[in-house]
Ligand binder design. Structure first.
Ligand SMILES: Nc1ncnc2c1ncn2[C@@H]1O[C@H](COP(=O)(O)OP(=O)(O)OP(=O)(O)O)[C@@H](O)[C@H]1O
Ligand SMILES: O=P(O)(O)OC[C@H]1O[C@H](OP(=O)(O)OP(=O)(O)O)[C@H](O)[C@@H]1O
Length: 349
């Protein structure tokens, strides 16, 4: 495929279940892209009002491989999975490295009983000791490429990888491995299996990410700012920027000196971290003058602020959840992608 062929349908691959499933369905819905899936056994879906998009559900690893092959043009997967396969998937490029959910980290975990191993540098000595004693230091993981790269970085050379697909946390106690390199988020699974992370032991910080097939992205980018790729990425940017924010309206009546009170309210809101503050004069339905301040403010702050605002002279405070925030000064995922594609002829990541 070259950059001039129209991509139609646009195949968007998503995880069919697990940690990465619900988040993207929710984000797309908020962005105005409601995925219509008949059942959780149905591996294809449509998006309401978006006939060009065709959704397919797959395992996170397959998503990277199918985007690499160009059978899928866009894909949602974990950065951990993408990074593990990136060397064999050069046509699959990162469009958005962090969709704002699916956060976890790939870490080295050792048995709690290893009191002398607190830092990854301790493994340099330990692996050498194993070698001198004629023993093999075994590391269980689902991420062999990332682990090799990480151990090389720390100068750890004497170990054997045990590639495994699940329940790695059992491996040290069963004697299958000495340590594991696995995902964690809350840390509960490690703790419940008497394992612990070590300092310097983060191999990768991961989140759900959006990837795309570079030649298809180039073609979609050629459709411009009103094309389906730009509209999707702009909507995702707008949703992300609105997350946790309220559009706040604070109004006060004529009893208070308008401009001064509005200025005090705006100063107070700024101190509370509010952004995009705007203030002005308004008239109520009887034609009486008053003032109004609008702002974007963290939803979790409003309740704690409202008494102070009333104390400053506000007569009414309304907070509406923001669904989209677009801001001229903010970076645009579509513009950045277009630039990267132009800079390196599509071989971007
Ligand atoms: N504890 C976690 N918290 C948050 N995200 C996680 C967690 N564990 C895994 N993930 C993310 O979810 C992705 C998929 O993991 P999940 O366990 O949902 O599927 P899986 O069972 O590993 O997939 P597969 O079907 O390929 O075996 C991981 O690659 C990672 O990006
Ligand atoms: O730090 P925690 O919050 O306890 O999460 C860590 C666990 O989450 C993942 O497993 P998952 O639940 O996806 O099961 P899996 O073994 O089927 O991948 C990961 O492989 C860990 O086992």
């Amino acid at each position: 495929m070259n950059g001039t062929q129209r991509v139609d349908p646009i195949r968007l691959a998503m995880p069919s279940k697990g940690h990465l499933y619900e988040g993207i369905i929710e984000i797309l819905k908020t962005a105005g892209y409601k995925v219509r899936r008949v059942s959780d056994r149905q591996y294809e879906a449509t998006i309401s009002g978006q006939p060009r998009f065709h959704v397919v559900f797959m395992r996170p690893t397959d998503i990277v491989l199918q985007v690499q092959e160009g059978r899928c043009h866009l894909g949602v997967t974990g950065m951990d999975v993408y990074a593990e396969h990136a060397f064999e998937a050069q046509q699959a490029v990162v469009v958005d490295p962090d969709l704002g959910y699916g956060g976890c980290r790939l870490v080295v975990a050792v048995p709690e009983s290893w009191v002398d191993v607190g830092h990854v540098l301790d493994l340099v000595d330990l692996t050498s000791e194993f070698k001198s004693a004629g023993k093999t230091f075994r590391v269980s993981t689902k991420y062999p490429a990332l682990v090799r790269q990480y151990f090389r970085k720390w100068g750890i050379y004497y170990y054997q990888l045990i590639n495994s697909e699940g329940a790695l946390e059992l491996h040290p106690s069963l004697g299958i491995a000495d340590v594991i390199v696995d995902l964690t988020s809350s840390g509960v699974t490690l703790k419940d299996n008497r394992l612990r992370e070590i300092a310097g032991g983060i191999v990768l910080d991961s989140a759900a990410c959006l990837i795309g097939h570079a030649p298809s992205l180039a073609s979609l980018a050629d459709e411009g700012e009103t094309g389906p790729l730009a509209l999707l990425l702009d909507a995702l940017d707008g949703v992300r920027r609105s997350e946790g924010l309220l559009h706040l309206e604070v109004v006060g009546g004529p009893a208070e000196p308008g401009p001064e009170t509005a200025a005090k309210v705006a100063d107070y809101l700024r101190e509370q971290g509010a952004r995009h503050l705007v203030r002005g004069e308004v008239w109520d339905d009887r034609g009486l003058p008053g003032w109004r301040v609008t702002a974007l403010v963290a939803a979790k702050k409003l309740t704690a602020c409202q008494r102070a605002l009333l104390g400053l002279g506000a007569s009414r405070i309304v907070g509406l959840p923001a669904q989209f925030v677009f801001d001229r000064a903010a970076a645009s995922t579509f513009d950045d992608l277009k630039k990267r594609l132009a800079d390196d002829g599509g071989a971007t990541s």
